[in-house]
Structure formats: C-alpha cells, structure tokens
Design a protein around this ligand. Sequence first.
Ligand SMILES: [Cu+2]
Length: 259
Amino acid sequence: MHKFWAILFLLVPVLGVATFVAAPYYNIWLPEDVSENGHMIDHLFMFILWLTGAVFIATEVVLFWFMWRYSDQSNREPVKFMHGSHTLEVVWTILPAATLLFIAIYQMNAWATAKMRAPNIPPTVEVTGRQFEWRIRYPGKDGELYTLDDIHHVNDLHLPVGEDVLLVIKSQDVLHSFFLPNLRVKQDVVPGMRQTIWFKSKKSGVFDIVCAELCGWGHYKMKGRVTFEPRAEFEAWLDELDRRQRATDDGYTDEGSNG
Ligand SMILES: [Cu+2]
C-alpha cells in the first residue's frame, strides 16, 4: 500500500483532536452551565472524553505506524500469516470491561444526585409534552396541582432562580424528551409514565427548552424557553397569567396543537 494512505489516516486523529481544541474558541462547545449540579455532569463528560480521546489517539497512531512501516514501497518481505492470539483476546476483553465497570461506579454519585435525591417539596409545575409543544400547568392559589384554580400556559416556562424546583414530566401522545441544555437535564418523556426532575439554577436568564426525541414531523419546532427570575418577579408573572386566564372566564382554552 502506498505511504500516501498512511499519511491520510494520520490526518484523522490530528484533525479530530484539532477540532476539539478549537471548538471552545468558536463557541461550539458545551452551552453555558447554570445548574447547581451541572459541574458533575460536565466533569463526567470531560472524564470520558479524555479517556476515549487517549485510546482514540493511541489506536490511530498504531494504525498509522503499521501502514507506514509495512508499506509495499519499503517492505519487500513476504507476508507471514498467524492464527490470532488468545492472550491478546483476553486482554482486550478484560480492559474495556474493567473500564466500563469503573465508570459505572465512578458515576454513581452524579446519577443519584440527578435521578434519586429529589428535593422534598411539592411539584413547582407540571410539563406535558405533546405534538408539538410543551404544555405547562402551575398550581394556583391553593398551592396544589390538579385543582380548578391551576394556571395553564404553553412553551413559556418561568421558574424561580436560586431555589430547588421539582417538575412533573408527562406525555400526552408519543415519546418526547425534555431537554434543558443549560441545566444539564434531559429526561425522556414516556407516554403513560409520570416522572419528576429537579434542579436549581444559579443564574437568572432565558434558556432553551428542546425536544430531544424525534417525535413526528414537527419535532424541529418543539421548542420552548425557560426563564429564571427572582421569586418576587416569578410570582408577579404567575399572578398576571392567572389574572389574564380569569379574564377569558372559561379558564383554559384548548388552542389545539400548532401543527
Ligand atoms: Cu420532539
């Protein structure tokens, strides 16, 4: 094989690594992390990226070396065939298995924080995914969900900043995925299941809500936004929503899906 191919294959790790090094400077890296526990997720991401990155570079360099060293231009020795190596097979089975086991144990605390240690508070809001929007339901003045004074809204979620919030996540039709990139939270929304997610934002601002599960033709536009603001502003916003809802007198009106 021509040595040109060896060089071409060497470009894969070189350009691959260059992409990762350059990405943060072009603002195409991870979105800003505003969640109190987001650093745990980012740490795991970086840890796995370094681990797989090192293995990637090592295997690519070995690949390059063999293509270069045994190029037919310079290597005139006849090919010798061999019948595999039992030891090698065992080694490259045990090493990845041990690595996976290590990661499984290493990530347990992050998993428990994100998926098991829910704050002991009543739900802040219920979010229901449907083709192709996010329906939002707040408890009304009585502080309880699923009563007559609940307040309804679509795609525009407001939450208090600097406080634990607990969201109930449901689907009305098909599989969706409730994804808040800046909060490092993603939860598949499974029809027939009631799930909860929780987080605390360290920062006020407006961030994306994205559907991360292909859910039909309008999936691309199933986008909302979440606004984090101080509690007083959040409550004022909710009161205003409540007042407007009462003014339409029948409360919640079904605008139908926007598709
Ligand atoms: Cu979707």
